[in-house]
Design a protein around this ligand. Structure first.
Ligand code: 5RP
Length: 226
């Protein structure tokens, strides 16, 4: 048995359950992608009759929501998202995030952008002082991937094509190694401006509003440092 994984799972489950307290009754909410978001969906099933539905950040999440008896709505049919709940691959003290380990970064970024409140749920292994040890995912239009890769090398990264993977939008992912991200807001802007980039998995211009972090001592609520 993998003890590390099972204790991580306990922490993920705990933060997923804690996030239920943020769910406004009667509203449509946004739901992210990944193992932590999956635990959240499992708990959300108990509230299925108290919410109007959910917008999914991936096809996988849409399937899981439907299986849980939760109506899945197109974002275009929804006027507002009071809440977006999602996991992360890395979380800084400013609640800047790296996301996209599961490849759903573009729809995740849209969900976070639209939402009034973005609650990030994660186990404590995701907390770092400086972002960048986790390879930064960048979704790219397939014909531009070599050009984008060269631009990312010029920015100091070592991009690796995620082999055999296509996003829900039919695009490729470059995972960028070797970055020490000292200015996430600026780097997000720079990478976004490369022609052919769809989305960079840096969530700094729109960070999380609250992070619920699970560890051995339970769940702690973290807000961006002042
Ligand atoms: C998917 C993501 C996930 O939120 C991230 O990879 C964390 O996943 P997990 O909850 O499985 O640790 O960004 O694109």
């Amino acid at each position: 048995m993998n003890l590390f994984k099972s204790s991580n799972d306990a922490a993920k489950r705990a933060v997923a359950e804690a996030a239920l307290a943020y769910v406004p009754r009667g509203a449509v909410i946004g739901v992210g992608t990944g193992s932590t978001a999956n635990f959240f969906i499992d708990f959300l099933a108990d509230l299925r009759n108290q919410i109007a539905g959910a917008v999914a950040s991936s096809e996988a999440t849409a399937q899981r929501l439907k299986k849980a008896g939760i109506e899945v709505l197109d974002l275009n049919s929804v006027n507002e998202l009071p809440l977006y709940v999602d996991g992360a691959d890395e979380i800084s003290p400013d609640l800047h995030l790296i996301k996209g380990g599961g490849g759903a970064l573009t729809r995740e970024k849209i969900g976070a952008a639209v939402a009034r409140q973005f609650v990030c749920i994660a186990d404590e292994s995701k907390c770092v002082d400086i972002l960048g040890r986790f390879p930064l995912p960048v979704e790219v239009i397939p014909m531009a991937r070599s050009y984008v890769a060269r631009q990312l090398v010029a920015l100091g990264g070592a991009p690796d094509l995620r082999i055999g993977f296509a996003t829900d939008n039919g695009n490729s992912i470059l995972d960028v190694h070797g970055l020490e991200i000292l200015n996430p807001i600026e780097l997000e802007r720079e990478i976004n401006q490369i022609a052919g980039v769809v989305t960079v998995g840096l969530f700094a211009r729109r960070p999380a509003d609250v992070a619920l972090i699970g560890g051995r001592n339970g769940v702690r609520r973290v807000e961006p440092r002042a």
